[in-house]
Design a protein around this ligand. Sequence first.
Ligand SMILES: *Cc1c(COP(=O)(O)O)cnc(C)c1O
Length: 465
Amino acid sequence: MTDTTRDNPYRQLPSIDEVLRALPGEIERWGREAVTEALRERLSELRREIAAGGTVDVESLRADLNRHLEAADTPTLKPLYNLTGTVLHTNLGRALLPRRAIDAMAIAAANPSNLEFDLETGGRGERETHVEHLVCALTGAEAATVVNNNAAAVLLVLNSLALGREVPVSRGELVEIGGSFRIPEVMERSGCRLVEVGATNRTHLKDYRRAIGPDTALLMKVHTSNYEVQGFTKAVPEGDLAALAHEHALPFVTDLGSGNLVDFAALGLPPEPTAAEAIAGGADLVTFSGDKLLGGPQAGIIAGRADLVRIVRQNPLKRALRLDKVTLAALAEVLKLYRNPARLLRELPTLRLLTRDAAQISAQAARLAPAVAELIGAFCSVSVEDCQSQIGSGSLPVETLPSSALCLRPSGDSGQSVGALAARLRDLPRPVIGRVHRGALWLDLRCLDSGDEQHFLDQFRQLNR
Ligand SMILES: *Cc1c(COP(=O)(O)O)cnc(C)c1O
C-alpha cells in the first residue's frame, strides 16, 4: 500500500472514466449507459466495504461487473420443469405449443404477411379469415370470432348482446375462475344486469322461466369448470335451457371455459363436453379458451350463429380485445392439427401429456430414482410413489389421472426442511417445481419429457454443493 492510499484508502478505487476506457468490449455488448450504471453501483459497494474497514479487490471489479450485467440481461421469464402434477398450470403458463405452431409464430413475427390483406383482390382482408373456417369446421358453428382470452370472450359477448339488459344465471354457476375473474363482476363490467336464478345446489327450469321478462337479453350457462356441486343437486340440462330461450326468441349462450374439441372418453380421459356438442345441443354462441384443453395459445373463441357473431364483431370493444398476428398464426396451426387426429395426439403437447400411459411414467420414475438418489442421497431420500395428476386450468376439477412421482424427503440429520429443499430446486438454472405434500417434495413425472431427462439429472449435481 502506498502512503497516499494509507491516508485515503478510497484512492485505491479507480474513477468511472478510467474503468470505462478499459472496457470497450463490455460497452459494445451491453451499452454505455448500462455499464456505467452497473459500475457506479459496484464502486459505491466497494466504498461501503472500505468504510467498514474491509480491503477491496479492485481486480475482481471487471468480473463482478460482467456477472452483474449478465444477470440483468437474463430474461425474468424462464423455462422450468413443471412437475407439480397439474398439466395445464395457469401460473406456469398453461398449454405448451406444438412445434408447427411455434414455427408459424416465428414466421408471422419476422415477416410482413397478408394478415388483413386479400391476395386475390389486392384489397383489404379480414384477420379472422385465417382461423374462422377452422373453428367452424371443428365446432359446427356458422361463424366464429377470436379475442385475447376467454375472459375477454365472455365480456365481449355480454357487452354486445346484453348491454343495459338482464341476463339470468343459475346461482350454482356464479363462479370465480381465479385471478379475479368472477362471473358476477364480469357481467357488471360488461354493462348487463345479472339476475340470479335458483339456489346454489339446485336450479330448475321453472326458475329460469320465472326470471325471463321484457328486459331479458339472453340465457347463459356457465360451465362450472373449477369445482363440482355434489350431493342434492340439480342443474337444468342445456337442451332444455336452449329450448326455453328459443321459446322466448332469446339467444342461448354457453361459456364452456375449457373448450374441448375431441371426444375425451375415446382417448381414455374423463368425459368433457365438446364445443360441437354444445352447439348441436342448442347453444347459439359458445365461448372457450385457447390455452386450456385445446392446447393452443392464449385466446378466447366465440363460435355460433352468424347473425350473433356479426353483432359481436361490430362491437367497438372487439378492436381492443383482438388477437395479434403471432397468436393467430399459432392458433391456426393448432386448429389444423385437430383436423388430423393421428397427428394430433403425437404433436399436441397438452393431449400427449394428458394421455401419457401410467405404466410408462412409472417406468420413467423407476429409471430416474436411483440416479437422483446417487446425486442427492447424502441429504435426501428418494422413493417412487404413485400419485394423481390433475388436468388443471379448472378443467375437470374432480377427475385425476394416475401417475408416478419421485418423492424427495430430506433426511433427519440433514437439518433441511422440505420447504428449504423446494426452494433449492426452484433456485436451479432451470427451476424444478414440485408439490410439497406430507413432509416430502413430490415431483410428478407426467410432464417430464424423456428428451429432458439428462438435463434434469445433470442439474441435481449442483444441489450437492
Ligand atoms: C377459464 C375460464 C374462463 C376464463 O378463460 P381465460 O381464457 O383464462 O380468460 C372463463 N370462464 C370459464 C368457465 C372458465 O373456466
